[in-house]
Unconditional design. Sequence first.
Length: 131
Amino acid sequence: MALTKHDFKCTCGLPGCRAPLISGLLIRKINRVLRRTGIDTLQVRSGARCEAFNRSVGGSPGSAHKRGLAADLNTTALEIEQLRRLWDEIDREQFSLLGVGPGFIHVDIRGANSTIRRYFKTLLKFMKWGK
């Protein structure tokens, strides 16, 4: 099951929400990852955010979510092997920034590869998923 722009809508529930549309490129990149991993049950925890919702969840003032360029993918329902495949494919897809939090992976396409992305790539080399 491919994710669509509806899966990335702001969930603030406020009337007149002014969250941006999510980037089509971001959706395509995530769907390529899901196709390659065979994972079809992944949910988007947070996609596009309006200013009010971003503040309420403790998002950074310059969050790429507020520009429709980021998503937090819910990983709580994944088995460890699925999580490993997901992380490897996310790394392969070359997102601009990767992040990990409790129960989610953050991906975004804000621009050139960031220091954080390079940090996680180095961390992956050392971890090699316990291999």
